[in-house]
Structures are given as C-alpha cells and as structure tokens.
Design a binder for this molecule. Structure first.
Ligand code: C5P
Length: 407
C-alpha cells in the first residue's frame, strides 16, 4: 500500500523521518511531499534516501525543470495512487490553507485532488494552537472527515510550555495503520524465523550447501512484521535484502544457526523454522585447501544437529513450533511422521519438484500438515501469501490453545 507523507515547515519536521521508518516497517511504500517551508528544517535528501523515492517539493517544474505535461501528470498520479495522506507535522498555515481549499503548492493541491483519507498531526506554538482561527479551521477539517491527531502538551521549541507538541510518532503511525485497516493480529507475538541454507566447510575455500534461496523464510519474517509481530530472522547466506523493522542475525554454519536459534528461543512465542539446514557435514574440516592432485579423495560425512528437534525438546508453554519439509516424493506421509517425531504444531510441506514450488521460486505450492494427520492443501500462491496463510493457521492454533486453558 502507498502512503503520501506530507511534511510542512515546523521544528518537528525532523520527526517525520522517524515516522517514515515506522510506516515502512509495516510494509508501506511512502511518497514524501515537502512544502517549501519544510525545506528550511530538513533536506529532501534525507527523505529521498529513506523512502527510496524522489521527494516531491513545492510546485510543478521545480528544481530547474521546466513545468511540462509529464511532471503535471506525475503529480496527479500521486493523488490517485495513494491509500492515505498523512501530514506530520502540520503547521497552522497548511491547516488554514486546507480549510479554505487553497492549492498553491503540491501538498495543498494533493489535499484537494486525492480521494484518499487524510490524517493530520498539528504542531505549533501554543498561542497559534489556541488561536480562534486555527480552532475554526480544525473544526472545518474534522467536519469534512479529516482525522486530526491533537498535539501533546509539554515544552515547546519556542520556549513556551503548553499544547502544541507533535503527538508521538507511534500514535501517528497507529492512526495510519487503523485508517488502512492494516492487520495487527500478531502484535502480541515474538516470532523467531530461520531462513536460507546453511554451509558446512570442507576446507578454507570449499563448503557443502543446498539450493535454498531463503525467499520463504524472508516472506514469513516480512508478513509477521507487517502484522505487528516483533521478529528476529536468523538467516543463512542468501542474496536477499532484509525486510525493514526486524532484527537479523546472519549465520553461516549449522552450528551458528543452532546457537542463534537457541539464544532467541526464550523470548520467542512462535518459531518458524523455514531454513534448509544442511543435513550432513564433513567429519573433518581441513585446515589447508585440499589439493586437486589428491587422488581418490573420499569425504566422510556426519549428520548435523537437528535444530528443530532440539527446539521442540526445549519447548515452553508459550511456544508454537512450525517446521518446513521439502520433499521430492511421499510428501504428506513423510511430513506427518516428521511433525510427530519432532513434536511440531504444524509442518509446511512442499514438493520441490513441482513447477512453481520450492527453491528460488517466487511462488509456492504447500500443504499444511498437522501431527494428528489432518492436512490442508493450499493453492499455488506467492510466498508472501503462503506466509500469511501459515501465520493465520498458527494464530488459529494459538486461539485453540488459549481456549483450552493454555497460553
Ligand atoms: O527432517 P527434515 O530435514 O526434513 O525436517 C525439516 C525441518 O527440520 C525444517 O523445518 C528444517 O529447518 C529443520 N531441520 C533442522 N535441523 C536439521 C535439519 C532440519 O532444524 N539439521
């Protein structure tokens, strides 16, 4: 979803950078629009770097460019493409302009041109806040359906004390999430996710690994975060960028992954073990590179520790434990046996030989398998959708457990 963040010229403009980050944490794409006044307090570069988009400032054709049809269309496209407009901080001036339908720069034009819901977080000197004109303007805006987030009381940058401080970044973000109806059904969960392959060294330059891309685990971390969970992602080597707003622990070997997972376990309420842990490691790691000339080289392998079985062994009442099984045959029978053997609440089984499933694919075709043998096949869908379906099911298990008197 796309949100326009309007920044106007007040001391609190710097707080908009923090707001941008908080909104991004929940998967929102942010287009920043600054007034000329805002540029006296913060530079567009700050917002461009954080948002990954060019910042829209002032009016059409600014920054040396001639006003042209292309820039006018680009501007109108923003009005149509956004799901919400939040202005933080909103000065008395922008509030007055909005109340009177003035459209003399891009932000005020956007306010008129968009049909998306508008949220404003005023911040100003206490006298300006209490001025009858401002009060009247806010009344007008409220009556038109604009959501106004009243400022807090406290010490103001002008040296006075009173009402006028920008309300907290968290409450502004919360108002945006509510307006967009973003799900936050995982806000009480602390989720530990593993992703990607592990690597087992043979010598200083060679290692054994597998074809896992990490996409499923990263999608789980992202979906969990978007739904309000606090997330730690333990990731083997992948080429993926970490989703915003989560803690990432990068690991290489199975032993490192085991350590990171066990460290995160006490705080976690859910464990989603999507990593494709290497099952066999060389019995010996050579200190020197093995010579190519070494004829008849035989590798002795030994099983790696089963991290998931160990986690399940240390299970606390709050834990919901989900495993993943990639198989090439006898998928469902193997998965149900594994769920029972490893003491899991659910296992997500996928046949990696199917087109559109498994490693490196952006889609997946999975079946949710429960220890009692119940199965729920899902359609082919994006890994993010699979992640949400897995989380829905985990939450349903949580509710059943709570209803049964557990955690
Ligand atoms: O037994 P199998 O490897 O098929 O089980 C799959 C599940 O067990 C996955 O969730 C995987 O992350 C986990 N696993 C593990 N440690 C291993 C091997 C697999 O945690 N050594």
């Amino acid at each position: 979803m796309r949100v326009a963040l309007g920044v106007t010229g007040g001391i609190a403009a710097y707080k908009a950078a923090e707001l941008l980050r908080t909104l991004q944490d929940r998967g929102l794409d942010i287009q920043v629009v600054m007034t000329a006044g805002a540029r006296n307090f913060v530079t567009p570069l700050t917002f461009a770097a954080l948002s990954g988009h060019k910042v829209i400032t002032g009016t059409f054709g600014e920054g040396g460019k001639e006003p042209n049809v292309e820039s006018a269309i680009e501007h109108i496209a923003v009005a149509q493409s956004i799901d919400a407009l939040v202005i933080a901080p909103a000065t008395a001036n922008v509030i007055a302009k909005m109340a009177h339908g003035v459209a003399d720069d891009f932000l005020t034009t956007l306010c008129l041109a968009t049909k998306a819901p508008i949220i404003i977080a005023p911040a100003m000197n206490v006298n300006m806040w209490e001025n009858a004109a401002t009060k009247q303007n806010l009344k007008t805006l409220r009556a038109r359906g604009v959501r106004v987030l009243d400022p807090d009381e406290g010490y103001l940058a002008c040296g006075m004390t009173g009402s006028g401080r920008l309300t907290s970044v968290e409450s502004i973000a919360q108002a945006v999430f509510e307006t967009l109806n973003l799900r936050d059904d995982l806000r009480n969960e602390t989720i530990l996710v593993s992703a990607g392959p592990t690597e087992e060294p043979l010598d200083p330059v060679r290692y054994i690994t597998n074809r896992s891309s990490g996409k499923m685990g990263y999608a789980l971390a992202e979906a969990s975060r978007r739904r309000g969970a606090s997330v730690t992602l333990v990731s083997g080597p992948t080429r993926l960028a970490a989703p915003a707003g989560i803690t990432v622990e990068n690991v290489r070997t199975t032993a490192e992954m085991r350590g990171a997972m066990l460290r995160g376990l006490d705080r976690a309420t859910m464990v989603l073990m999507a990593a494709a842990v290497v099952d066999f490691a060389p019995a010996r790691v050579e200190a020197e590179k093995i010579k190519k000339s070494e004829s008849g080289l035989r590798l002795e392998l030994q099983p790696t520790p089963d991290i998931l079985a160990e986690i399940s062994h240390r299970r606390k009442p709050q834990h919901l434990i989900v495993g993943f099984a990639a198989e090439t045959s006898h998928l469902l029978e193997n998965a149900a046996v594994k769920a029972r053997a490893k003491g899991l609440d659910m296992i997500v089984a996928n046949d990696v030989t199917q087109e559109g499933a498994g490693f490196d694919s952006d889609t997946n075709i999975v079946t949710l398998v429960f220890p009692d043998g119940q199965v729920k096949p899902l359609e082919k869908m994006s890994k993010l959708d699979v992640a949400n379906a897995v989380l829905d099911e985990a939450l349903a298990l949580r509710s059943k457990r709570v209803a049964a008197g557990g955690k």
